[in-house]
Design a protein around this ligand. Structure first.
Ligand code: DAK
Length: 262
């Protein structure tokens, strides 16, 4: 039997745990082909629908998060074929449907589609070995899974242009300075750090977390005024939840909250 393309396991002891998803094509540096993206997409949707999961962590291995979409699978496609068949598009957007937080835990190469997949996560925790880049220009293509849109939003126009146009890689320290990653840790602590962050989220109010994620995402999708208006309405709606009452009461009573996702 062949190895699963994504290894999925539940981590954490609490009522809500973490779905840990490891990309698993090590010989190809986790190059992302359609089959792998299908499996990942199904796992993401299953975790999102599972009440026992609060947070998702996507990771690779020590050498690579993912070195891009699978060049071998793309190399011979004609323009007409790329247009006519779903190509690799159908399963690249699945992650955007996920309402629960998705943390990218990146060690080694995160290039091309690998960098784009990491950027589709809600935040990235990087090992000090991580290397990010959009080297597609070297293949005479350009980032095709949102890289030209998400990278400038993350690191600003100048650095995004630099990376996209020169194909150079950026190390973890530079990525942290630029705001692409939220934190950098020693490689052997990467998974612990990501799972600890997930565990904190698992203990919070599920509805509040999902709506906070939606609000932050909204800030990237429209103008500031629309985003603030959207945020205000979502903010008000949270006062309909029992978790808001409990969270504020617990603070005022100087005790730990007991959230029930209601
Ligand atoms: N695809 C296929 N195989 C890959 C690969 C990739 N992206 N990256 C590495 N590999 C394979 C290598 O071919 C090699 O296989 P064997 O020769 O052993 O059979 C094996 O992984 C180990 O790689 P290397 O021998 O090259 O290892 P090195 O340490 O020397 O170099 C490297 C590591 C990461 C610098 C190098 O492998 C490299 O430059 N890889 C390619 C990086 C790259 O160009 N990435 C961008 C690919 S284009 C879209 C969605 C996504 C995309 C586009 C559209 N839509 C939704 C429309 C994305 C496009 C891309 O990502």
């Amino acid at each position: 039997m062949s190895e699963p393309l994504v290894l999925v396991e539940r981590r954490g002891e609490g009522v809500r745990g973490t779905a840990l998803m490891r990309l698993n094509r090590p010989k190809q540096l986790n190059a992302l082909n359609s089959e792998l993206m299908d499996v990942l997409g199904r796992a993401l949707l299953a975790a999102d629908a599972d009440d026992g999961i609060g947070c998702i962590v996507i990771t690779g291995n020590e050498r690579a998060f993912a070195a891009g979409a699978d060049i071998a699978a793309m190399a011979k496609k004609t323009y007409a074929e790329a247009l006519a068949e779903p190509f690799i598009t159908r399963n690249w957007e699945t992650i955007r449907q996920v309402r629960k937080p998705v943390i990218g835990a990146v060690a080694g190469f995160a290039l091309g589609g690998g960098c784009e997949l990491a950027m589709m996560c809600d935040f990235i925790i990087a090992a000090d070995t991580a290397k990010f880049g959009q080297p597609e220009i070297k293949l005479a293509i350009l980032p095709g899974a949102g890289g030209t849109q998400r990278l400038p939003r993350a690191v600003g126009k100048s650095k995004a242009m630099d990376l996209v146009l020169t194909a150079r890689m950026m190390d973890a320290a530079e990525a942290e300075r630029a705001g692409l990653v939220s934190r950098v840790v020693a490689a052997d602590k990467l998974l612990d750090e990501a799972l600890a962050a997930a565990e904190i989220i698992n203990g919070l109010s599920g509805p509040a977390v999902a709506l906070a994620k939606a609000c932050v995402n909204k800030s990237f999708e429209g103008g500031l005024a629309d985003g603030v208006d959207y945020e205000r309405r979502i903010f008000h709606s949270l006062f309909a939840t029992a978790d808001q009452k409990e969270g504020m009461a617990a603070f005022l009573e100087k005790r730990a909250p007991n959230f029930t996702a209601r």
